[in-house]
Every structure is written in C-alpha cells, then in structure tokens.
Design a protein around this ligand. Structure first.
Ligand SMILES: *Cc1c(COP(=O)(O)O)cnc(C)c1O
Length: 393
C-alpha cells in the first residue's frame, strides 16, 4: 500500500484482512510499478560483481517470484517467515524433516490421508514413531506423551467429519513439554483461523485448495512462528529441493487475492446448505461446525472466525451415496476441495479408500458419507440440484 497517501491515523492502524490481502507489501513490481509481480522464469542469476554475491543465486535456494508468495503467506498468517513447496504434502514432509530418527509424534487420528501415509509408511522407516489420538480429548493427547516425544500434529476441523481440536489448549500443553506444534490450516485458511496467534509453531497448507482456489495449481505453504524455525525450515527446503515453481507461485498469488471474497461467498452457501440438509428426512447426519448441535462448535468459535465451506453428510448407505454422485449436475465429483466450482467427494471410495473398513466406520466415515465443498455457484441452484439428486422418483 502506498502509505504516502494516508493520514497519520491511517498509517498507524493495522489494515483489515481484506485490505492486507490486496496490499501485502510486495504486491507491486519494484522496478516498473507493474500491478502484478513478474514471473522470474530463471533457474540461475548472474553475479555482476564476483566480490558481492547477488541476493538471488539459484532458484532452488531463492527466486523473487516465489519469495513474494512466501512473504505473502507469512504476512497473512501473522508468522515470521513463509515457504512455498511443490504440493501440500511437500510442505508437510518438509515440516516433519525437523524431526530426527528416534523421535515420536502425537498426531490427530483423523489426519489427512496423505499425512497418515507419510507417517506410517515413510517416516516410520526413518525410525520416527507416531501415536494417533482423538485430539478432541486433551487427556488422550497427554496420555500419549513419551520421553522421546518431539512434536504434536493438529488438523482442525478434521476431514471429513469436521471434528474440532482446541488449538490453544493443545499448544499450551505441548509448549510446557518443549514439543513442536504444527497445524494443518488448509480447511480454515488464515482468513478464518491463525494458529500462530494461538501459540502454534508451524502452520501448513495445501494451497491447492482454498488459497489457490481455482483447481488449477498444486502447491503447499508453510509458515513458522520464529526466526530459529525459519532458519531450520529454509535449510530443509533448500536441501530437499521440493520448492514451488515460479508459474505456480504466480498463480497462487493471483488466486489468494480473492481469498476473502471467495471464502465469504462459499461459507454463506455452506451455512444455507447445512441447514437445508438438516431438515431432510433422507439425510441421516450433517457435519458442519456452524450447526448448533456440532460437538466442537463452542471451541471452534473461540479460535476461528468462521465455519468454512465444507459440509459432510450421510445419506444412509453406499447405494444411496453412489446414486447421488451419479445424479448431481452442479458439483464436479472429485477428490479435492476449496475451489470456485463445487466439489462433491466420496471419502469411502476416494480419500479414505485405503483405510480398513472397520477403522473407517469407527471414525464415522460410513459408506453413505459424502463431502460437499461449496463453490461460488448460486446456492439456490446447488440446493435444487441436490434435491433432484436425492429425491426418489
Ligand atoms: C489436500 C490436502 C493436503 C495435501 O495437499 P496436496 O496439495 O494435495 O499435496 C493436506 N492436508 C489437507 C487437509 C488437504 O486437504
């Protein structure tokens, strides 16, 4: 933002989130004033003066386009430093590389499937052990502590049953034991929830979802709370080399500018949809943190300023779910969420297909459960469409 045009009072006031999304500090090209930052499509940088190494040297270690994105997400999350990776899983993997062989992690049991696979099929081979607990219950978290516990990994709301973990409670307890805390903030985004302000050390994103917002780019972002963690994660990012490319960095910046407008509109739709589904006799259960009977609603409201755009619901059986999926006309039927188009997913056969059926059922991921990520279509049309897909004629 060009502060010269502001009064003294305006200069000192922290602008609202919507303003900071557009005027985050590095949004303009410093050389030309171009309204969009250039895509520096270069792998390497000339040393004009061999005695003075340039700021950017090689794009794995740093690229001006990627750096703007990294500064952008750090500013939005209220963190110290940001990092952009080739996918959400690349960001999450990099964060787990903070740990060493022999360390133990306490992780929420209904963690994203890819994170579950990383912990149970890859990091276990590096001798990093994980205990999965129901994080809605702080006693279970405490009971999982071992002498070699080093980190606590939180995801709230969880996927697909939108369970809520009390972030400040877990973070405070973890801090008292010297543990690193990480939150996957993909579902809420910094518009709704800022884990760093709640005492968390590392915030992670699949930027593929709401931050990108258009189902056209795969990316991951991480934000750390302090310099020390920033130095460590920088070394890991440079060492692993799983950085985000420049075209995708630019696309993410472009998508993120409309984050608030998209989140607000999709959330309005999600609230309407959740209420409408609650009133239907053929829908057995509706999961949405904004519903009055949601078990984690009070905790969620203390740590987030909204409920998000994802509504899960149970139509009672696998046959009914498949019938619904084959009859809807508005949402794309796909894995993923958080886009301008509505996305209807079927966890039992998509994201959670690899989970043993008994474990899946125990976690409420029944054969009748579907997950609706509300996009920007008119909610009246979304509801009319679901009505025709659910009605038995
Ligand atoms: C999609 C997703 C991920 C993984 O991100 P990718 O960009 O697909 O690698 C991690 N966490 C959550 C909550 C997600 O929805």
């Amino acid at each position: 933002m060009n502060k010269d045009r502001l009064t003294d009072k305006q200069k000192t006031a922290e602008p609202e989130f919507a303003t900071r999304l557009i005027h985050f500090g590095s949004e303009l090209c410093k050389q030309t004033g171009a309204a969009s930052i250039p895509i520096y499509q270069a792998s390497t940088f000339h040393h004009f003066d061999i005695h003075n190494p340039p700021e950017f040297d090689y794009s794995r270690s740093g690229n001006p386009t990627r750096q703007v994105l990294e500064e952008y997400i750090a500013a939005l999350e209220g963190g110290c430093r940001g990092f952009a990776f080739s996918s959400g899983m690349a960001a999450i993997s990099a964060a787990f590389f903070m740990l060493s062989a022999g360390d133990h992690v306490i992780c929420t049991e209904d963690v994203y499937g890819g994170t579950y696979r990383l912990l149970t099929t890859i990091l276990n081979r590096m001798n990093i052990e994980t205990t999965f607990v129901d994080m809605t219950d702080l006693d279970q978290v405490k009971a999982a502590l071992r002498p070699n516990t080093k980190a606590v990994y939180i995801e709230t709301p969880s996927n697909p049953t939108l369970k809520i973990t009390d972030i400040p409670a877990v973070a405070t307890w973890a801090k008292s034991h010297g543990l690193l805390t990480m939150v996957d903030n993909t579902f809420m985004t910094p518009y709704h929830q800022k884990p760093v302000e709640l005492g968390v050390d590392i915030v992670l994103h699949s930027a593929t979802k709401f931050l990108g917002g258009h189902s056209d780019v795969l990316g991951g972002l991480a934000v750390v709370a302090n310099e020390q963690l920033g130095t460590e994660l920088k070394q890991i990012q440079n060492g692993l080399g799983n950085v985000l490319g420049v075209q995708d960095s630019w696309l993410l910046i472009r998508g993120m500018k409309t984050l608030q407008a998209r989140m607000e509109a999709s959330e309005r739709g999600a609230i309407r949809l959740a209420n409408w589904l609650t009133g239907r006799a053929d829908v057995e259960k509706v999961y949405y943190p904004g519903l009055p009977n949601h078990p984690g609603r009070d905790i969620h409201e203390k740590q987030s300023r909204g409920y998000g755009a994802v509504v899960s619901f149970d139509v009672g059986s696998g046959d009914k779910a498949k019938r619904l999926l084959s009859r809807v006309r508005i949402p794309i039927v796909a894995v993923s969420l958080g886009a301008v188009e509505s996305i209807l997913s079927y966890p039992a056969m998509m994201s959670h297909a690899a989970m043993p059926r008994e474990v899946r059922l125990e976690r409420g991921i029944t054969d009748g459960l579907v997950r609706y990520s509300v996009g920007l279509e008119a909610v009246e049309d979304i509801i009319t469409d679901l009505e025709q897909a659910l009605d038995t004629d």
